[in-house]
Unconditional design. Structure first.
Length: 177
């Protein structure tokens, strides 16, 4: 199950062209017995994901939870401590059900200042400390600085970027499965 924001909700393109659907195809190709559930909503914050998570866990009983949230918290300048707390609670709730957890860290533009940007970046690493959750790499790492792979807003990846994002996630996810 992927709990994310616009990056996972395939903003600006049909949902079936997004990285989560490509991941589902990859799971089938690899002969994995898993299917993806895309519980992502454009504009979602970590607080919104935390509110929705208990019901999603009950409904879907996922083997693995991929948390791709935090970007909207950062873009809105929300307190980093709250982001970290929300991530920790989502990890805890997921692990209590027996699900493996993969946290995908987000990045924000540097215009918030070095202190906030550094604290934001560290919040993902700190949230997984002391848990069994895995910290993946920033899923837009290979696409964020390539204008051809980003939509005109400079925030959302294009359809051409989706396979690269899926491969980035797959590198860590395959070990959790």
């Amino acid at each position: 199950m992927v709990l994310g924001d616009s990056i996972s909700a395939a903003y600006g393109m049909p949902i079936e062209r997004g990285w989560v659907t490509l991941l589902d195809t990859r799971l089938q190709q690899e002969g994995q017995p898993y299917r993806t559930v895309n519980a992502s909503i454009s504009g979602e914050t970590s607080a919104g994901g935390l509110r929705r998570l208990p019901e999603l866990l009950r409904s879907h009983q996922p083997h693995t939870v991929i948390i791709e949230l935090g970007g909207n918290d950062g873009l809105r300048g929300y307190p980093v401590g709250q982001l970290q707390s929300n991530l920790r609670q989502m990890i805890s709730l997921s692990e209590e059900t027996g699900a493996a957890v993969l946290v995908l860290p987000m990045e924000i533009p540097p215009n918030f200042g070095k202190y906030y940007t550094d604290a934001f970046r560290a919040s993902f690493r700190e949230a997984v400390e002391g848990t069994h959750a895995e910290l993946g790499e920033f899923p837009l790492r290979s696409v964020a600085l390539d204008q051809e792979l980003m939509q005109a807003d400079g925030i959302h990846p294009t359809e051409a970027a989706q396979p690269l994002i899926m491969e980035s996630v797959w590198q860590t996810l395959q070990y959790l499965l």
